[in-house]
Design a protein around this ligand. Structure first.
Ligand code: FE2
Length: 379
């Protein structure tokens, strides 16, 4: 098997949000990204504004409607809140990738189109993912300006002081789907884009006494794109995946994992920039210190101070950390990850620790479905 679509790697992620200007400033501050481009009425687009942010290979678009006639974005944020509308992969040939995917059953959203101006052209096409999400094929080999036509330099350059986070690019993007939909979407990736199922967490693999999930990871055969898909699994109480589906009002992207060479430096900078992370109990690090087989270069005191998770794999190890949901609804969050050695998995131990940590937050919000007397009020 080969990377049939000739996917080069992740390209951009576009978020639809209520107020793009404010959210773009938050991304610039919290993630230490640079606002490199802008699209809006000043650049000839009347119904929306969009900020283009970059840090190393990481490219985000933050987009909001500014005209009541823009039903597409208003409908999305009204139903889902702020969230990921589309994520893109860079391909050698957009037309060929789109043709292959749709011939194998991918749902067409946008046929290949050439977006052109005096700086050249960008080619894009899109297929559907989950409820309201899109996967975009893009090629920008013939374009030498900001992102794509109609994006210009920001009207007013604003310096936002932030610690250098050292974040590099996207490691993986995760979808949450309803019960009995995981296999459907895993098959969709495998059939339409020739991905393969890499990891399959079944019943009993990930869970607490209250709730559980099932998860499959599909990927391109060369590991460039990795896409875990989670679905709720029956437990005594409500699964956190079901909780996401309820607050998001449907299936969609749960988190984007961003990679870094030095996670200790990255997380220290992110915390100084105001990023909030999930809590990991100190007992986790007592257990880590007791492991004779760990053999990691990082200092466990640093990991404990910054609440970084560590999981050993046969070919190396993973260091990971998860933020709290970044918006008002308990839906989308970020992960930061460093892969050491040849570690290519997703850390079953870390997954379990993440699951327990999210459940703590779920419990605080009263969303786990526990009786009132079982919930400890935060104040
Ligand atoms: Fe992840």
């Amino acid at each position: 098997m080969s990377n049939t679509l000739n996917i080069r790697g992740y390209d951009f992620v576009e978020f639809y949000v209520g107020s793009a200007k404010m959210v773009a400033y938050w991304y610039a501050k919290a993630l230490g990204m640079e606002i490199k481009g802008f699209l809006g009425p000043e650049t000839g687009v009347r119904d929306r504004v969009s900020y283009y942010l970059v840090k190393n290979k990481l490219k985000f678009l933050i987009t909001s409607p500014v005209d009541p006639g823009n039903f597409e974005i208003y409908d999305f944020i009204s139903r889902h809140g702020d969230g990921v509308k589309r994520w893109a992969v860079e391909v050698d040939d957009v037309e060929a990738a789109f043709k292959y995917a749709t011939s194998k059953g991918a749902v067409m959203v946008r046929r290949p189109e050439k977006l052109e101006d005096t700086h050249g052209y960008v080619t894009e096409a899109a297929i559907r993912l989950y409820d309201d999400t899109e996967l975009v094929y893009v090629n920008r080999d013939n374009y030498d300006y900001i992102f794509r036509p109609k994006y210009c330099e920001p009207i007013q350059k604003i310096e936002i002081a932030a610690q250098d986070t050292g974040i590099m690019g996207i490691d993986h993007i995760v979808g949450n789907v309803r019960q009995n939909e995981m296999n459907l979407w895993a098959d969709y990736f495998n059939k339409t884009m020739n991905f393969e199922t890499f990891i399959d967490f079944g019943p009993g693999d990930i869970g607490t006494k209250y709730s559980a999930l099932l998860s499959k990871v599909v990927r391109t055969t060369d590991f460039k794109i990795k896409n875990p898909i989670n679905e709720p699994y029956a437990g005594i109480k409500k699964s956190q995946i079901e909780d996401y589906i309820e607050h998001y009002h449907g299936s969609g992207v749960q988190h984007v994992a961003v990679w870094t060479h030095d996670i200790v430096k990255t997380v220290r900078a992110l915390r100084k920039n105001g990023m909030e992370f999930l809590h990991i109990p100190d007992t986790y690090y007592d257990h880590l210190r007791s492991r004779d087989d760990l053999g990691i270069a990082e200092n466990i005191d640093d990991l404990q101070e910054l609440k970084i998770l560590c999981d050993k794999e046969s070919e190396g190890y993973l260091l990971q950390l998860f933020t709290k949901p970044i918006g008002d609804r308990p839906t989308f969050f970020f992960e930061f990850i460093s892969r050491k050695g040849e570690a290519r998995g997703f850390g079953k131990g870390n997954f379990q620790a993440l699951f327990e940590s999210i459940e703590l937050d779920q419990k605080l919000r009263g969303d786990l479905g526990l009786e009132a007397e079982e919930i400890m009020p935060p104040c």
